[in-house]
Design a protein around this ligand. Sequence first.
Ligand SMILES: [Zn+2]
Length: 404
Amino acid sequence: MLLKTLDAYDFVVPPVIRFGPGRIVEIGEVVASLGKRAWLVGSDRGLRQSTAKGQIEKSLSQAGIPWQIVATSCGEPTVDQVAAALAALPPGDRNGVVVVAVGGGSAIDLAKAIAAMVTNLPANTSGQDIDYDTVVIDHLEGVGGCLAIQHWPLPLVAVPTTAGTGAEATRNAVISCPRRRFKKSMRSWMMVPRAAIVDPQLTVSCDRATTAATGLDCITQLIESFVCRFKRPLPRALALEGLPKAVRALPRVLRDPTDLEARGAMSHAALMSGMALANAGLGMAHGVAAALGVECGTPHGVACALMLPVAIRVNSPVASADFAILERSIDPAASTDDGVAAAALLTRIQRLCLEAGVPQRLSDVGLRRERLDWLAENSGGSSLRGNPVELDPVSLREILAAIY
Ligand SMILES: [Zn+2]
């Protein structure tokens, strides 16, 4: 049989990935290859409380890199947080500045937005004149002025301290606005971090709830990017490599948080999930998760975990062959019948969610029943466009009502 001609595609990943336990000590060398001084953006745990801080300071000092903390993230970044961070940046020349993000997806996304906005501020304005709120909103998809990132962001080095979001390898920063009730992406291929230092040791101190939610986010990203309507060969190869490792490692890290081998497998799977989603697309679990985050403040990973089983069930009629391939990548002895193997994947994921202790129903995360219409209508966005089954708000509402 002749090979079908491949569709054209782009593939963008961080040019430098340093993966492995203990590799955080190389951060000074990596930053020195990109600039002369470092602006640190981090989560409390990543930057202030964990042992990472000491190692980062020491490595930067040894490389002769002066550094300062310019922003601390608390929770998923908002327009207000990004604007406040931009307004508070040290004055002066940005030449040679490297932004270093240390934390989970929230900290990395905050750093990505700062790095991109600094070089894309409106021309002919002095610091005091800038309305940072408007500048940020204007660069988000689907709201404000829909401005593109035109200039290279400051170089960014991402150091994840959780294993799940894969933000160290993606081209977007997710920013929410509780005031205007949206959660949207700032996106550009130029926003992919210039380097990712993925050191699984930094995830060992991650608490159980965060480990569970971020781990299931990673698994959702691998599955949704594999079955996504925009099928791309390289993301699919990454998902096939990452998913079996993640589904075996997640129960292990939940039972024993110090299991470094399993932590390493999760960090690796998370990195691959980021590379996969950034170069393919996602599906209904991520589409609904964004709206659920706006309505109930549900953390991204928890919302994805809640939606993943129903997303598999809804898409099985058209994507059972792909779900079966995924199940066979985990269990080579799985059925050769696609429908049976797809059903086995669903059961496997349901068990994993149960073991992780994540919410199973929309009422569990505080959604009010009368808000189902709003949730269905606001679950659009780029993620839902990649879902194998086309869903309009009416059919989505029915699906959501069934898991209320
Ligand atoms: Zn995700």
